[in-house]
Design a protein around this ligand. Structure first.
Ligand SMILES: O=C(O)CCC(=O)C(=O)O
Length: 390
């Protein structure tokens, strides 16, 4: 089995500079990764329902040009006097980006990279944000158990076999995994109404689009929350084409492996084997697209500890639920464009040499801007003119 490289911590800045190596990681960088991937401890019973961290964002008028998260969690850089743009730049540069997955299989006599199209982004959600998201999931789970969510939103499997199933909570649409009791085929059930995406999940979507994790042309409008108890799994599958590509899955609480291959084998209850195994760090986003979504199957074998994932997907326009209405917050999200050091304020800061932190960010900027393929040259483009690469 080809085990994927776990050390996927190339920062956005390093990657954009083009000097990163997928195989080598310094102990210092490894430590940084570990710092970002520890499991948040979440009390199940304390969520009040109003997001403290996001409330400041949500209470502002909708403006998709603004950073999508409250960036109060910058203790490590003591950033009190950094501008919002620089705070966002700092976090943006901490995102690890890996797109070079390769595993070749023989298909119809041709060698095909069945992982082409997979992308893994690490440190997209920091430990505080993970904790807040997990607390919301626990609250939603309690609501589901109390029948406070719509009938098809919450589903708890009957555990007739070890490792069989997991709790799922659906938003945006009702998705049938198999023919249901009313004879509906697998796919989106168009005449059902699902609960809408919770505001915090919309903030997650905005973050992913803004930070160049998801393309603005494919903004998710639905999701499935998977709550795995230890040993729970998801069997080999290819996601239904009622959902367009790319789609993504975000990981919380416990790291697990996801397997890929055209021929994934069922070894035992909740145990599968496949040619390629990829660890999913906490707070990471795995993008499934191309062959990685449609040629290779994927599965999650029985997880080592309680785990939550949220799979965000955009529905095919011809498969939307009949009573679906788009969320205004998810329209017109603009990608983050790193701030120019050529503004008078930034020039003055750099000239004064007052702050090491500012210099640190300025160095990051230089790295970010060193690859013209990834960002337009400084001062030559406004955010709205920046081109999408996808
Ligand atoms: O839990 C995961 O990360 C994968 C979920 C998945 O494959 C799915 O929801 O289709």
């Amino acid at each position: 089995m080809a085990l994927a490289n776990v050390n996927i911590a190339e920062s956005s800045a390093e990657l954009l500079q083009g000097d990163s190596s997928d195989d080598v990681i310094s102990p210092k960088r490894k430590l940084n990764v570990d710092a970002h991937t520890h499991s948040p401890r979440v009390e199940e019973s304390t969520y009040s329902g109003s997001s403290k961290r996001f409330v400041s964002v949500l209470s502002k008028p909708v403006n998709n040009k603004q950073p999508t998260f409250d960036h109060s969690n910058f203790g490590q850089v003591g950033n009190a006097d950094l501008s919002e743009d620089h705070k966002e730049l700092f976090r943006f540069c901490q995102v690890g980006r890996r797109k070079d997955f390769a595993y070749y299989e023989n298909i119809d006599g041709k060698k095909v990279n069945v992982l082409k199209g997979l992308e893994l982004y690490t440190n997209v959600f920091n430990p505080d944000e993970q904790k807040e998201i997990v607390e919301l999931v626990y609250k939603l789970q309690r609501m589901g158990r109390n029948r406070e969510l719509r009938a098809r939103t919450y589903s708890e499997p009957r555990k007739w076999m070890r490792g069989k199933g997991r709790v799922t909570i659906q938003f945006g649409c009702c998705y049938n995994y198999a023919v249901d009791k009313d004879g509906n085929p697998p796919g989106i059930v168009r005449d059902e109404v699902a609960d809408p995406l919770p505001p915090l999940f919309k903030e997650m979507i905005k973050r992913m689009v803004r930070w160049h994790v998801l393309p603005p042309s494919c903004v998710p409008d639905s999701c499935i929350v998977n709550i795995y108890e230890e040993g729970d799994c998801i069997p080999p599958h290819i996601d239904h084409h009622d959902f367009v590509r790319p789609f993504c899955t975000v990981s919380f609480l416990a790291e697990c492996k996801i397997l890929f291959g055209t021929n994934l084998k069922i070894v035992n209850e909740g145990e599968f084997s496949g040619p390629f195994s990829l660890p999913l760090p906490l707070g990471s986003v795995l993008i499934l697209n191309g062959n990685g979504a449609d040629v290779a199957k994927h599965c999650v074998p029985g997880v080592p500890a309680k785990r939550i994932s949220i799979t965000f997907r955009k529905m095919d326009a011809s498969k939307l639920p009949y009573r679906y209405t788009p969320a205004p917050e998810l329209v017109g999200i603009e990608r983050f464009v790193p701030p120019s050091p050529n503004t008078s304020r930034n020039r003055q800061h750099l000239k004064d040499g007052k702050s090491d932190k500012r210099e640190h960010v300025a160095k990051s900027e230089n790295k970010v801007f060193s690859n013209e393929d990834d960002f337009p040259p400084l001062g030559k483009s406004t955010p709205s003119k920046s081109k999408s690469r996808r």
